[in-house]
Ligand binder design. Structure first.
Ligand SMILES: [Zn+2]
Ligand SMILES: [Zn+2]
Ligand SMILES: [Zn+2]
Ligand SMILES: [Zn+2]
Length: 108
């Protein structure tokens, strides 16, 4: 299967078109904004996901700015993800999740 390349929408480097995260800037979903919960494609100005109702702005724990819940704060560059405490799972997900999206373990 030929690998096609696309530009990362954050750093604009050419990366593999099926990458889930950009190897250059480390952002997840480098080609389109997606709901962190159900993966539906969403617009930048949506307040909540039309598919599952997930809130699409979170307060960054570092700088306090309301930002899109992607992996990195667009204002201060701080991490907005947590890793599941279940060692067998280790799913990286938005820090506002109360339960792991993969194994259901409580995060807080
Ligand atoms: Zn990038
Ligand atoms: Zn959703
Ligand atoms: Zn921040
Ligand atoms: Zn988990």
């Amino acid at each position: 299967m030929p690998t096609y390349k696309k530009n990362c929408m954050y750093c604009e480097k050419l990366i593999s078109g099926d990458a889930n995260s950009c190897p250059f800037c480390g952002r997840s979903d480098p080609f389109a904004l997606r709901c962190p919960k159900c993966r539906m494609e969403i617009g930048k100005d949506y307040a909540a996901c039309p598919g599952c109702g997930f809130p699409l702005s979170v307060k960054c724990p570092k700088c306090g700015t309301m930002v899109f819940p992607t992996s990195i704060c667009s204002n201060c560059g701080g991490s907005l993800t947590v890793t599941c405490p279940n060692k067998k799972c280790g799913e990286v997900q938005p820090f506002i999740n109360e339960k792991c999206v993969r194994c259901g373990k409580r995060i807080k």
